[in-house]
Design a protein around this ligand. Sequence first.
Ligand SMILES: [Zn+2]
Ligand SMILES: [Zn+2]
Length: 346
Amino acid sequence: MKAAVIQEIGTPLAIDDIPDPEPGLTDLILKVGACGICGTDLHMSENKDPNVGWRMMHPGCVMGHEFAGEVMEVGREAKQHWNPGDRVTALPWIGCGECPACQAGLGYRCPNVISRATPDLPGAYAEYCRVGARETIRLPGQVSFREGALVEPLAVGFNAVRRANLKPGDRVLIVGAGPVGLTVAMWCRFFGAQHIVVSDLVPARAQRSLALGATAIIDASAGDVPEQAADAAGGPPRVVFDCVGVPGSLQLVIDYAVPNAQIVVVGLCMAGDHLFPTKALVKELDISFAYVYHQEDFATVVHLLGEGRIDTGPLVSENVDLTAFPTAFEDLKQPNLQIKVMLELN
Ligand SMILES: [Zn+2]
Ligand SMILES: [Zn+2]
C-alpha cells in the first residue's frame, strides 16, 4: 500500500510502498477515509533531540492518529461484532484489553500498549491501517469520514473541558487559538460557559475561534491580556486554559489567572520549562493537566456528531490527497492560518 513515510528526521515525508497491514486475532484493517494532521506529528517529524518530546520517530515510521475509515478485514476473534463495510473511527493505540487501565478505558496507560506511529503500528497517513477491535467505534451513517477523523482532536478538547469542572455561566480564557484551543472553545460553549475569550499573538488566528464558540477575542501582542479578558467577559476568568504548550506558556497562564482560578494545561510542551511556583501558590490556583481522553469520550463525541449537535465544519481548513500530502505537511511547519488539514482518500 501507499503511505507517507518518514525518510529521515527533519526531511519531508515521502509517498512509499510499504507492506499492507495484517490483522491480528482481535484487529480490524481499515481502508482510511480521512486522517487529520496533528501538531504533535509535525513536531515529532523534525525532532532530533531524545530529551525533547516523549518519544522519537524513526525512519520508516508512518504517523497519523486522527482517522476514520471503512473496515476491510476482520480478525478471527472480532467477527462477532464487526463486518467488512462498517464505517468506524478508532483510538490511536491498541491495549491488552485486560489490565485495569484498559478496563477503565485508559488504554494509553496499559503496560503492554502498542502505540501508533511505531514500527509495530503504522499510522493512518496511509491507504490502510490496523486498529484494535476494542478501540474501534462505529460511525452513525450521517457522520462523514472527515467528521470521524475529527473525533480524536474533539476528544482532546472534551477531556480538557471536563478537567476544568466548568460551571454554567463561567468566564473562561483560552490562551492559544490552534486546533486544541478551538476545540476547547467549542466544548466550553457546549457545556454552558457564558464568556469564552480566546487570545492569540496572531489576531487572524484568534479570529477563527469566533465561528467555533468564542464570544470575544484578544490580540495578545497588543496590551494587557488579563485586563482585556476581564473587559471582554465582564470580570476575570475563573478558568484559564493553556492551549499553547511552549516553554513559558504555563507561567504566562499563572500570571494571567486571578486568585482561586483554575488552570487547565492541555497544550503539549515538549521541552523542559521552569516556573515560579510561588506565583501560583499565593493565588491558590488549581492547576490540572489534561492528557488525551477516556475511551468513552470517543463514543460520546461520535454520538453527538451523529445527532448533529456539534458543528465541526469550521475546523477543517483544507483537504488534500495522498500525493499532495507531504507538501501540505511541510507547509504547516511555517506560520499559517490553517486549522485542520485533512488527508482524504477514496
Ligand atoms: Zn493529535
Ligand atoms: Zn491493558
